[in-house]
Design a protein around this ligand. Sequence first.
Ligand code: GTP
Ligand code: MN
Ligand code: MN
Length: 599
Amino acid sequence: MPPTSHPRLLAWIDEVTALTTPDRVVWCDGSEEEWRELTDALVESGSLVRLDPQKKPNSFWARTDPGDVARVEERTFICSADEADAGPTNNWMAPAEMKATMTELYRGCMRGRTMYVVPFCMGSLDAPRPMFGVELTDSPYVVASMRIMTRMGAAVLTAMGDDADFVPALHSVGAPLEPGQADVPWPCNETKYISHFPETREIWSFGSGYGGNSLLGKKCYALRIASVAARDEGWLAEHMLIMKLTSPEGQVRYVAGAFPSACGKTNLAMLEPTLPGWKVETIGDDIAWMRFGEDGRLWATNPEFGLFGVAPGTDFHTNPNAMRTLARGNSVFTNVALTDDGDIWWEGMGEPPAHLTDWKNQDWTPGSPTPSSHPNSRFCTPIEQCPILAEEYHDPRGVPIDAILFGGRRRTTVPLVTEARDWVHGVYLGATLSSETTAAAVGQVGVVRRDPMAMLPFIGYHAGDYFQHWIDMAKGASGDAAKLPKVFYVNWFRRGDDGRFLWPGFGENSRVLKWIVDRLDGKGDGVETPIGHVPTPEALDLTGLDLDEADVAAVLRVDRDEWLAEIPQVTEWFTKFGDKLPAVLWAELDALRARLADA
Ligand code: GTP
Ligand code: MN
Ligand code: MN
């Protein structure tokens, strides 16, 4: 007997079962016992390796197929009824055509496997309108990961009752087993599709087990599908961290920040300030849902329940709070290296041990020519283990946002921090955000591309409409511009001529946060430049930091020629959107051009 009588859910499960023909169907309740059974079976089958409980209790090492290591943007589709609604930044296929294609891929695809039913909720179950989803998957790795990343199981099913709306999210690794056929540690398929049907709010994923492609509550639901719902209903679903910042005087500010994948959200969200007396607490590290309250302020919640963070580069110097979170165990590590004593290791974690098993299951020594961990290897860990989790994380109302940071990875041109003049200028900064590509998505690394609001891979509709939606959001403040978050643009990644980072970053970013808070308070010196307000070197609190004066000047520099070189790139970018590009953004570009000409 299924543990629900929800007619639409039951009908959908029947339909998928008939199509994919799993050997059995298991309803996930989210219990400890279920977790134990799942992880024991995954260890037994060789998909997971249990870490030494003394070092990482109840934690596991997973290795993917070497061809299934990141999000696949080329294989990600927005299947809106009308092609024009997907816009120039998404892949599109007609819904009927995609469904026909994928139905043939799904036919019999779960043969020899178990289909798990995973009821989940993005955000609090106590939200005024809980955002339900149900993922059907043939991957027990996905079930274990979903248990960490979302609120899932029996409580969700109960809350759904018989008639709650939910997002059906179908996932298969696409690797049926013939009778007697041995399984591989990481089943997947060379053919991959990550498809979204915005009008019917459905997700169909095939062929990949990697997090961003398979944990369908995250990027697929909480960003791509939610962004469409947000457009229709007047809110925002964004690729943003949320943090609580308390000054030495006890004044609290809430900051949200959008940086592209692998550009510093998780690190900033868990930052340990180097400035004495300042305190950071974490609310979210990847996704923010934001809506204006009746008070005219923009309130943000984190719909996730876990952290799915980039592993390499994480250590006690860069992100001590992530290390403390992981030390509590209950985590899955994917594509990192395994130490001989049953712990994990990755590049950036101090001195390498003399011997490791690398992410491809090969012997690794410090002399090996390749890194021990994949650059997009990840930890998956419960957010409630974070020692600096803010109590507001649990509040379904969320927190009122004082400042929004946009940021990217740029070696040149973009100064450490710039303050937008007003909301529309802030939207312009977001819409023109640029960053060098990283290993978080399959493709070339280090190429500068525009990544509007860090949402390029995640906007579920036409990006021109998305910009207009951002501009229109200001109405939520009921004409009181003072209630709108102030917008800042940051770049931790500017480099000197010798290639080294000009700014130490990580905990030292608290100095930039302090300037931002000063600006919110109407203090803090800034020079007005053609691109916005940039701090004077004196306005940045550099107490106790041993930085070259020339480096400080260089990291803050607004170089007219570098910015003039951006103009044709932004023009080309905006041209993509045709008459969908809000006229006020063209006006911002024209005004910037004019200011640069006068500078
Ligand atoms: P996703 O989880 O993929 O969305 O990425 P993210 O934005 O959370 O990125 P994350 O915080 O994991 O940072 C990824 C990379 O940026 C790591 O290699 C970090 O070491 C590096 N990084 C983060 N913050 C800083 C910083 O302030 N300075 C420098 N130089 N590197 C940083
Ligand atoms: Mn992300
Ligand atoms: Mn992250």
